[in-house]
Design a protein. Structure first.
Ligand code: HMG
Ligand code: MG
Length: 298
């Protein structure tokens, strides 16, 4: 498979990035982050989660965020929805795209969404049906595609099965998540070999956390398998409250630096992303977690 000449960057900073922050981030700062990201050329900015505020307090202001952002016509602002209640909230906030999230690990599924993998897929059915009826785009995530914080190594066949089930539910795209950032390119190859037997590359995205510094290598490996959508988080924000040991997502500016250098088009302005990385890092009171933002400075 040849590498794609264009990659879609799917920004998850305002959602995956901020959900793991212990201190409450002001709603105004979340809105300012999304509004800045909207001016960078990004086409997808995952803005919030309509999940239980008891489980993820940081996302409790999802409706306020969705109501106040300055939506740009060329940007889609997807939100996470674990069940029909979340989907209803998302629709009241006029989300055009929602994401359901499953796991390839039974234990992580229980810890993250309080049900088994099978139960989660059953729970997603009415969400998928509603999305189909409403014309809402439906994305799917599979977590723990290589390792689970509780179970260790996960079988690629288990990942392929969940990915195929999400595709059957009508997801236009399935994002494969290395939730705790432990995969190496060898793991990525094994996972993609298995998943690509069930779901075509055009319907896949990759979502690497960067705990062990393997994310860019894994992305490069994924490009060689024809994957052309990459999830990333400005400033390397990120983590999952239910995945102990997970660090930030791969930084959007680090991915961009690599893709720009390889002459792979994204239509995203790296300087504006770096400015935004410094903006949100200042809000959080620490330097960006990316090599590129630190190297380039403000
Ligand atoms: P549960 O406790 O089993 O839910 O949680 P329930 O249906 O029994 O309801 C219990 C209470 O939650 C009720 O309220 C419901 O109204 C409320 P109460 O009567 O007690 O006051 N509730 C909700 N409130 C708002 N929005 C909702 C909602 N649903 C129920 N949608 C549940 C099950 C799925 C709700 C819970 O486990 C949950 O919200 N989990 C979300 C966890 C999460 O957001 N994790 C992070 C995102 S996943 C991730 O980061 C991985 C990813 O990045 C990819 C990767 O890196 O691998 C995507
Ligand atoms: Mg994640």
């Amino acid at each position: 498979m040849t590498r794609p000449s264009h990659v879609t960057l799917y920004e998850v900073g305002p959602r995956d990035g901020l959900q793991a922050e212990k201190a409450t981030v002001a709603t105004a700062d979340k809105i300012a982050l999304i509004d800045r990201l909207s001016q960078t050329g990004l086409r997808f900015i995952e803005a919030a989660s309509f999940v239980s505020p008891k489980w993820v307090p940081q996302m409790a202001d999802a409706s306020e965020v969705m109501a106040a952002i300055a939506r740009q016509p060329y940007v889609t602002y997807p939100v996470l929805t674990p069940n029909l209640q979340g989907y209803t909230g998302a629709m009241m906030s006029h989300a055009q795209s929602v994401a359901i999230f499953a796991s390839a690990s039974e234990t992580f599924s229980q810890k993250n969404i309080n049900c088994s993998i099978r139960e989660s897929l059953d729970r997603f059915k009415p969400v998928a049906e509603a999305a189909r009826n409403d014309g809402t785009a439906l994305r799917g995530y599979v977590s723990c595609v290589a390792f689970c914080p509780y179970e260790g190594r996960i079988a690629p066949a288990a990942v392929a099965e969940v990915a195929a089930r999400l595709a059957d539910l009508g997801c236009y795209e399935i994002s494969l998540g290395d939730t705790i950032g432990r995969a190496t390119p060898a793991d990525t190859e094994r996972v993609l070999e298995a998943v690509l037997k069930r779901v075509e590359a055009a319907k896949l995205a990759v979502h690497f956390h960067d705990t062990y510094g393997q994310a860019l290598a894994n992305i490069l490996t994924s490009l060689d398998y024809g994957i052309a959508t990459v999830d990333a988080s400005v400033g390397g924000l990120g983590g999952c409250p239910y995945a102990p040991g997970a660090s930030g997502n791969v930084a959007t500016e680090d991915v961009l630096y690599m893709l720009d250098g390889m002459d792979i088009k994204t239509d995203v302005d790296i300087d504006k992303i770096i400015e935004t990385a410094w903006f949100i890092s200042d809000v959080l009171g620490r330097p960006p977690r990316s090599k590129t933002a630190v190297a380039q400075g403000r």
